[in-house]
Design a protein around this ligand. Structure first.
Ligand SMILES: [Zn+2]
Ligand SMILES: [Zn+2]
Length: 323
């Protein structure tokens, strides 16, 4: 199953020749979480080989244009392509008026598959298939919510232990479902004897915001953190004033929260590609694991855990198994 981030756009307020407005499609085991579709997202999806059918959730952090002006195009494409599955749409409830305008921006043959999920309060959780989507408020001039995806904890089966105890075929599924199986000779085998805990994977999407409790709660222990870093440290005062983060602050969040892979994005138009190393360098002063400065149309896998023991996985900040 695929778990990776498809980056559609990486510019903040003003797109550039090299950066489209925001847009991020997180593919997760057959679901597609489309975060902050800015202007041009529909075409960027085409460029990335993605279709309207890949979207199962639309998650808008806030109603500044660079995070939502792509909603009309995406919604109308979902309708035009006759997407049959439900597409949930999460956004700050306080922006309902903006959502309604974007949702019904122009004349088109509408669809009934879009299900609004307005968020309000300190924490909102929605089931999203086997995973949970959580929204928490951030700190920005207009109300903004960040999002987090969590897979439930499970257990990793140990083939050698199964074989040693004579558990095979359909009995393995039975053991996983029921927690124990009884062999033909009457011996009971418990799940704990043949498996080890496997912590669920998680990813967080944080923008636009100053540092606040919501940032840390969303990023805590995630495998993949996608976070805005609009400015470098020399513009820290500007970042604070306009409700944004610097790359250095993004690195501090990743360090403090034990993140495994950090993706920086939402760059101000004042910076060029030549400035990218400076963003990574600033974040790396605090965070010594993998840092990706996002570019349009790159793909960033959620780091795999298969090469780590579960003890190693549990260590905060461990990024030894990046793939
Ligand atoms: Zn923005
Ligand atoms: Zn904003």
């Amino acid at each position: 199953m695929t778990r990776e981030l498809v980056v559609l756009g990486t510019a903040s307020a003003v797109p550039t020749r090299h950066r489209n407005h925001n847009g991020y499609l997180l593919l997760w085991d057959g679901q597609g979480f489309l975060f902050d579709p800015g202007e041009g997202t529909q075409r960027q999806m085409t460029m990335a080989g993605m279709s309207a059918h890949d979207v199962t959730w639309i998650c808008v952090t806030h109603f500044h244009g660079d995070h939502c002006l792509g909603v009309p195009g995406v919604v109308q494409r979902i309708a035009r392509d006759k997407v049959a599955h439900a597409v949930q749409a999460a956004y700050p409830a306080s922006g309902e008026e903006f959502w309604e305008r974007l949702r019904h921006a122009t004349a088109f043959a509408d669809t009934s598959v879009i299900i609004p999920r307005p968020a309000s309060g300190e924490v909102v959780r929605w089931p999203a298939g086997p995973v949970t989507l959580t929204a928490r408020p951030l700190s920005h001039p207009v109300e903004s919510y960040g999002y987090r995806l969590d897979e439930p904890d499970g257990r990793r089966m140990l083939p050698e232990e199964l074989a040693r105890r004579g558990v095979h075929g359909p009995m393995i599924g039975e053991l996983q479902r029921q927690g124990s199986v009884t062999l033909a000779d009457g011996t009971a085998v418990r799940l704990e004897e043949c498996s080890v805990p496997r912590p669920g994977q998680s990813a967080a999407f944080v923008m636009d915001t100053r540092l606040c409790d919501g940032v840390f709660a969303l990023a805590e222990g995630v495998d993949l953190l996608v976070i805005e870093s609009t400015f470098l440290s020399d513009e820290a005062a500007l970042a604070q004033e306009y409700g944004h983060l610097t790359a250095a602050q993004a690195g501090q969040v990743a360090r403090d929260c034990g993140v495994r892979r950090l993706v920086l994005t939402h760059f101000s138009e004042r910076y060029s590609f030549a400035d990218e190393p400076r963003f990574v360098e600033e974040a790396a002063k605090a965070f010594d694991s993998e840092i990706v400065a996002a570019r349009d149309l790159i793909r960033v896998p959620v780091p795999r855990r298969s090469t780590l023991s579960d003890t190693e996985i549990a260590k905060p900040g461990n990024a030894a198994s990046t793939c």
